[in-house]
Write a protein of this length. Structure first.
Length: 416
């Protein structure tokens, strides 16, 4: 009881108690793909109601949380303990049973989840949000359960063709389940499943002019401006197989492309050492290496300059590529069934060239060979650009914001 009073005093000091305007809790995390789509949604909410209070609930220790918590549009941020359930689709039953490390981590995270549930019950019970918006992530489970207890309406959004485990749980009692497209396999009730696309920054929703593309390329100041530009993105946390393939293909890549390689913050030092061993010199030149690009305008410029994108089959990256009509080589992470399904769908409709991690390891130059084959066939590039563009749903963030406001109409907080 003493601890609860102390917790209440802290919340009062931080302004989470006593506010009578509209308040929205937003949550998402664990990867850049579960965090960055929150930004355009938050901006849309604030643009429609400047007096709205946005409270960002994140998982303690999430290194991507600052991408949202540092936004001017976010009024408060609170961290809660939470865990994730690790499951790998490429493991056999026997491998899962004897994967001691994963079993231990899952058990440890269950303990953290229990603590996060207590925190979430206090936050929701005292903070009284009108709506909770979940982009999925470890904190979504305890927050979603707390919402159910207090009758707070929840809006979820799934970027992938199949929902996360988190949303398969809390999506059952959510007011609305926003989804990326009608091609997905979603277990939600049809009357509350709304196709809205994947939220991207406003700049991606506007078709780029040739002048903007030329300007982005000019800023990069390539030694040979006539070469095609290859953008390699391993995802927010990097991708070892893609990084290794790029290093192995280094000589062939720098002989034919201007390369922008975003290796992931945890991997960039290892990639740097490996490239130096291949003869790379950091600085200008044909090969630019980065860890993680958090500046939205800068990353957007890299997308504009690219003739071909090499990426994981992450829904957020693919949504940005679709918005700009960028031809892709998509390489799904084998253990992640959502990425595998995304890649299969893209390949089925001719919207991307799909490679596997196994193919990347089969040859020292497989990545460079695939990229050269793609840029060498203009009809193929045009087809890829056209087909992936068809997947773009414009104004996705605005549509989600509208659902959140609609859900708030059922909230009883205002009467409290």
């Amino acid at each position: 009881m003493v601890q609860q009073r102390a917790r209440l005093d802290v919340l009062k000091e931080e302004g989470l108690v006593g506010h009578r305007g509209m308040r929205i809790f937003v949550t998402g995390g664990g990867s850049g793909g579960h965090v960055t789509p929150l930004r355009p949604v938050i901006e849309q909410l604030k643009s429609k109601d400047p007096d709205l209070e946005i409270v960002f609930i994140y998982t303690k220790g999430d290194k991507f949380a600052k991408l949202v918590s540092e936004m001017d549009a976010v009024d408060k941020s609170r961290g809660v303990y939470a865990g994730k359930w690790r499951k790998y689709s490429n493991q056999s039953l026997l491998e899962k049973i004897f994967d001691i490390r994963t079993l231990f981590l899952n058990f440890w995270d269950l303990l953290k989840l229990g603590l996060g549930f207590i925190q979430s019950v206090v936050l929701v019970g005292v903070g009284r949000p009108d709506v909770i918006f979940s982009k999925s992530g470890p904190a979504s489970i305890p927050l979603g359960v707390a919402a159910f207890i207090y009758g707070v309406p929840v809006v979820t959004h799934d970027s992938d063709a199949i929902p996360s485990l988190t949303h398969r749980v809390i999506g059952r009692w959510s007011k609305f389940n926003a989804v990326a497209g009608d091609h997905g396999s979603y277990p939600y009730k049809s009357e509350k499943t709304i196709v809205v696309g994947v939220p991207v920054d406003d700049m991606y929703d506007v078709a780029p002019t040739q002048g903007a593309i030329d300007s982005a390329s000019k800023i990069l100041d390539w030694p040979d401006k006539n070469r095609p530009c290859l953008l390699i993105v391993g995802g927010s946390q990097g991708a070892r197989s893609i990084n290794d393939a790029a290093v192995n293909s280094f000589s062939k890549l720098v002989a034919n492309f201007n390369v922008i390689h975003i290796a992931g913050q945890n991997n960039v030092d290892d990639v740097r050492v490996a490239l130096v061993a291949k003869g790379w010199k950091e600085g200008g030149g044909e090969y630019r290496l980065y860890g993680f690009v958090s500046k939205r305008d800068l990353l957007y410029g890299y997308y504009l300059a690219a003739d071909l994108l090499v990426c994981r089959a992450s829904a957020t990256v693919l949504a940005e590529a679709a918005a700009l009509g960028k031809a892709c080589i998509a390489i799904p992470a084998a253990p992640l069934v959502d990425q595998v399904n995304n890649a299969r769908y893209l390949e089925k409709i001719g919207a991307a060239i799909v490679l596997t991690d196994e193919e990347l390891s089969s040859s020292q130059t497989v990545l460079a060979d695939a990229a050269l084959e793609a840029v060498g066939q203009e009809p193929l590039l045009s087809q890829l650009r056209s087909n992936i563009s068809k997947l773009h749903v414009s104004n996705s963030a605005s549509k989600i914001a509208a659902l959140i406001f609609k859900a708030s109409e059922t909230s009883d907080r205002g009467a409290q």
